[in-house]
Design a protein around this ligand. Structure first.
Ligand code: DAH
Length: 339
């Protein structure tokens, strides 16, 4: 019997299998009801007591070794089955990448264009007081913008609290803290009491620019605007300034760029004029400088303000403003490729 145990131990060591079925057959052959081990144990019962003493230990060792080995072989074939059943030719699970919002894309582009000519970023609060939105910007007391029809009031009183209607309020915040030279670009969200439609929204975004120093002229303003327009819409872009009125600038102008769709020939986007309006601008009114403790005899400056949605609309020809606020992923996902 001892020889049999020895022999089976050697055989056990050499066992290999390739499939789960082989492993199962081995289990039956070795550990099953009529398996080698079971038969040996039956035989063990019949041998003399003194022999049992010397054979019990090697027999148990063989049984344990057989159980361990066959278990290990089975395990290996199961793992192999899992590994080989993976189909490496299947396409991977797609990972959805987020996209920047088109308004953020344009906002960042505007900031970057002005950063190249030395403008730094400034921001201010969305909930503002009358002073920063209107009074310090030379709005007369009876100006219609102060009316509830146009402005959202948080509190109506002598010094009302409002949702800012333009980012020009950030100009005032900057002038309060800083003496010239000032060169800032101020992006932000603004609010107006408008019925929502394809062409108007009660929330939108603006970027304000302010440059104050000694000897700043209207020619500097024109050059700054031209540089921006060509960086944003292409080197061929032309600008034209039309006289306009804003309480905080004198003289004031509205800026048009040559239509980037028809190249100025006339199309339905530019309403056959060849021009698209992009911003308001002007020389900072001396009253505004004085209201903010800046010496208007020594310093002059220019300011400009534009709507980010307006620039985005011209850039991507998306004509319905509401799309920028609805956060419909079918719309937003179209901007994944734009950085
Ligand atoms: N604040 C004006 C608006 O909301 C835009 C604007 C016009 C800003 C002329 C300026 C400016 O700084 O000079 O319509």
């Amino acid at each position: 019997m001892y020889e049999k145990i020895q022999h089976l131990s050697k055989e056990l060591e050499a066992l290999i299998v390739t499939t789960a079925q082989d492993a199962e057959e081995l289990r039956i052959k070795w550990l099953g009801k009529k398996g080698y081990i079971t038969v040996l144990f039956d035989e063990f019962k019949t041998i003399a007591a003194d022999q049992k003493r010397s054979l019990g230990q090697p027999l148990n060792a063989l049984k344990n070794a057989a159980q361990e080995k066959i278990q290990a072989l089975r395990h290996a074939t199961v793992q192999e089955t899992v590994a080989t059943s993976a189909d490496c030719t299947l396409p991977g699970d797609p990972q959805l990448f987020g996209a920047r919002h088109p308004i953020s894309i344009v906002r960042n582009e505007i900031i970057e264009i002005f950063a190249h000519t030395g403008y730094t970023l400034a921001e201010g609060p969305e909930i503002e007081d009358d002073w920063h939105v209107f009074s310090a910007l030379n709005f007369p007391p009876e100006h219609p913008a102060r009316d509830m029809q146009d402005t959202f009031f948080v509190r109506q009183s002598d010094n009302a609290v409002v949702l800012r209607t333009h980012t020009s309020s950030v100009q005032v915040r900057v002038m309060e803290l800083q003496q010239p030279p000032i060169r800032v670009i101020c992006p932000g969200r603004v609010f107006r009491n408008e019925a929502v439609s394809a062409r108007a929204h009660c929330i939108f975004h603006q970027v304000e620019g302010l440059y104050i120093d000694e000897n700043v002229s209207f020619a500097d303003l024109k050059q700054a605007v031209l540089h921006f327009a060509q960086e944003m819409f292409g080197k061929e872009t032309k600008i034209r300034l039309r006289p306009s009125y804003f309480p905080f600038t004198e003289p004031s102008a509205e800026v048009d760029v040559s239509c980037n769709i028809c190249g100025g020939k006339g199309c339905n986007i530019c309403k056959y004029t060849g021009w698209l309006e992009i911003m308001g601008c002007g020389m900072v009114d001396p009253n505004v400088l004085e209201a903010n403790n800046i010496d208007s005899k020594k310093y002059t400056g220019f300011a400009f303000g534009m709507g980010i949605e307006r620039i985005a609309m011209l850039k991507w020809r998306v004509r319905d403003l509401r799309l920028y606020f609805e956060n419909d992923v079918r719309f937003l996902a179209q901007f994944t490729a734009v950085v």
